[in-house]
Design a protein around this ligand. Structure first.
Ligand SMILES: [Zn+2]
Length: 415
């Protein structure tokens, strides 16, 4: 979630980059962790048998270093300066994995049993192969990825120089929200490796998939609109709404207040989402503390910047107040008329509401699709450890949803 003015910064846990090393700063508070220099990263990753992330800095715990010899500035480091490793530093005491990690990938593409059955010959009923076969037959259920896009796993793995299994593990976690312990059993990989793979690849996947979340041109939007809707709604570029995800109750009072949602009466992170009339996700905001109003999130999230001039937007009642902000760009906002208690809707109000409702139902369907990713369920009660990459998880889910069939097909049928 975003950390700017909402000031919500979850505690970060330092993790040793060696897959078989289980040291973390939470588990061993006194242990020192050292940032691995760019020049050393690739070699060291190869040495310990893991993929090398392109952007993320890796940390090595002091168990594998001789601090006095391996630091370039040992004296200054003792005096409080930031440690810098020598280029000649070498790794020591590399632990061997407790369980041999076999990254041999079961081909997801073919389920043909015909000729080459040697792959499946050794597949036990309860092995990783069995799990992989399940995933291969229902990738949308287990990964959120439609079957016709399964090839993207190989492509992403190649692009990011990681293994297809790394991507499968990351998507599986987001979709099923199984615990790392459960996943360790399911994939037959140590829990710490699973967690490490997930934490690394979640950023990489978000970077790729955020490119699939964009506002199409008005021409494209019109082209994809079912004929029946083209007359009335051809100018509507976006429908916007918010959704919230319950998080663990923060321990600090100030954070508790910030994330306290009035609608949900629990602590939440709130996102603003926008989709086109057929349900293609055009915008997803960063996460904000659940206390934020619809108006404030629309202002802060940068949504207004991406709205083209003279566009038409549909929104729920809570967004009525952003009308003035949009008017500077000559953007028209369609909101259902506000309901006053004890007063009847006028005939005009009813017509207006009926006009808006078929499309506003689509944003609700899109939000339901987001919530099909179990880590993002409304009452997921997100662990504070996962908060730091909740935005990335939401982005990944939105990208995958855009690869799925639109909520509305050309015959105005709900998928
Ligand atoms: Zn270590």
């Amino acid at each position: 979630m975003s950390l700017d003015d909402e000031g919500y910064q979850p505690r970060t846990n330092k993790i040793c980059f060696i897959p078989a090393c289980t040291n973390t700063s939470v588990k061993k508070p006194g242990l020192k962790f050292f940032c691995i220099r760019k020049e050393l990263t690739e070699n060291w990753c190869q040495l310990v048998g893991r993929n090398c992330p392109k952007k993320k800095k890796l940390l090595c715990c002091e168990d594998h270093l001789n601090v006095k010899e391996d630091l370039q500035n040992y004296e200054n480091y003792l005096a409080g300066a930031r440690a810098r490793l020598k280029l000649s530093a070498t790794l020591k005491n590399i632990p061997t994995p407790r369980v041999a990690v076999d990254f041999g990938i079961v081909k997801l593409k073919s389920k043909k049993k015909s000729d080459n059955s040697s792959d499946t010959k050794y597949a036990g009923k309860h092995g990783r192969n069995h799990l992989m076969a399940k995933i291969a037959s229902k990738p949308k259920i287990y990964l959120g990825l439609p079957k016709n896009y399964v090839w993207a796993i190989d492509l992403l793995a190649k692009e990011s120089s990681c293994l297809p299994l790394d991507i499968i593990i990351t998507l599986f976690k987001i979709k099923t929200n199984d615990t790392f312990i459960q996943m360790s059993d399911e994939f037959e990989i140590p829990r710490c490796t699973i967690r490490l793979l997930f934490e690394e690849n979640v950023y990489m996947l978000a970077t790729f998939l955020q490119n699939i979340v964009y506002l199409p041109s008005l021409y494209e939007i019109k082209k994809n609109l079912p004929l029946m809707l083209r007359m009335k709604y051809s100018k509507v570029q976006m429908i916007i709404d918010c959704f919230e995800i319950q998080i663990e109750k923060p321990s600090k009072a100030f954070r508790r207040a910030q994330t306290r949602s009035q609608n949900k009466s629990c602590n939440t992170v709130k996102y603003l989402i926008a989709c086109t009339a057929v349900g293609f996700i055009a915008f997803i905001s960063k996460g904000y503390g659940g206390r934020i109003s619809d108006k404030a999130i629309a202002c802060k999230s940068g949504l207004i910047d991406i709205v083209p001039p003279n566009a038409v937007i549909m929104a729920g009642r809570g967004f009525k107040e952003i009308e003035c902000l949009l008017s500077t760009k000559n953007v028209k906002l369609l909101c259902p008329p506000s309901v006053r208690s004890y007063s009847k809707l006028t005939k005009e109000d009813v017509i207006k509401t009926n006009e808006i409702s078929p499309l506003s139902a689509n944003i609700e369907r899109v939000i339901k699709k987001v919530q099909e990713f179990h880590m993002l369920k409304p009452h997921a009660v997100v662990n504070h450890k996962h908060l730091k990459y909740l935005d990335e998880i939401v982005t990944i889910a939105c990208g995958l949803i855009n690869l799925q069939n639109p909520v509305l097909n050309a015959d105005w049928q709900i998928e």
